[in-house]
Design a binder for this molecule. Sequence first.
Ligand code: AVJ
Length: 326
Amino acid sequence: NVQVDTDSQIENDQTNVVKFRSDVLNGLKNNPKKLSSKYFYDKIGDHLFQEIMAMPEYYLTKCELDIFKNKTENLTGLIASENEPFDLIELGAGDAMKSTFLLKYLVEKGKDFTYMPIDISGNILSILNEKLNIEIPNLEITSLEGDYFDMLDKAASMSSRKKVVLFLGSNIGNMNKDEAESFCLELNKNVNSGDVVLIGFDLKKNPHVILSAYNDQSGTTAAFNLNLLSRINRELNANFEVENFQHYQTYDPVSGDCRSYLVSLKDQKVLIENEVISFKENELIDMEVSRKFSESGIVELAEKSGFKVVGEIKDSKNWFVDSVWE
Ligand code: AVJ
C-alpha cells in the first residue's frame, strides 16, 4: 500500500533538513537554549527509544500494553460498540505494537473497519504493513505517510465513515499546555459528531516512580538526549563535543512537568555550519517535557478543545489512562 516515490522522497528530505536547520539554530538562540524532542527520533534515536521501552524503570509502554492486551473488550465497547463501519486512524502508529492487540480483536469480532496508520516515516509504515499482512491477513489497511493533520484531511476525503482516532503512548505529554490545547482543537476541527478520539495520558503518581523512568540507572535516557547533539553533528555539519554535556532530569509533582535538560560542563563554542554558538559553563539546553496529568487536567483539556470525555480505561496499577472523547 505504501508508495515511496524516490524523487519526492529526496525533495522531502531536502525540505526536512532546511526545517531541521532553522529549528535548531532558532532554538539555540533562545534563552534558555532549546531543542525540540521531536528530533530525537532518527535511526539511532529510534533504537534508543526501543531500549528505553525495555528498561525496568520505564513503565509507560508496559501500562498501555496492559490496557490493549487485557482490556481489549472494554476498549472495543468504548470505541466501536455498534455495528457501524468505521475507519480506525492511528496518529504516529510506529510499529503499532499496542494497537495490534485491538486490531486482532476487532477482526475476530467481524467488525467492518479499515486501519489507517499515519506516520511521518514511510519506512516504518512499509514495515508495519508487511507485519500486519502476515499477522492479521484479513485486516484492511490504508497507510498514510505525512503530517498528522494533512493525513487526517486525506483520510476524510477518502471515506465518509465514522472515524476512530488513536493517539497513544502519552505522546501528547511532549507538548506544553498551549501546544496540547491547539493540537486538540485542531483534532476537533478534523472530526465530526459521532466520531471518537482515544488519547493515552500518563497519570501523576509517586514522584519517585516518574523521575526514575527518565533518570534511569543505565543512562539510556541520557544517551537518547545526547544523541540529538550527535544528530546535529551528523546532519548539520556541527562539532558538538557530546562528552562536554550532561543530562539533568527534573520532575515537579505539582505541575506534573517532567523535564530534561543538557548542562554545558564548561565554557565552550560550537560551530553549526557557519554559525558559532557559545555556551557558558552550566548553561542549559531545554530538551523535552513529558507532562503527567491529573483526571481533572484531562477533562479540562477535552472541554477546552470542544470534546467531552465519554469513557476511560486504566491499566491495573492505575498509572496510565486511555481517555475516550467525543
Ligand atoms: C514517546 C513521548 C511518550 O515522553 O515518555 C522517553 C519519550 N523521553 N524517555 C515520553 C521519552 C524520554 C516518551 N514519549
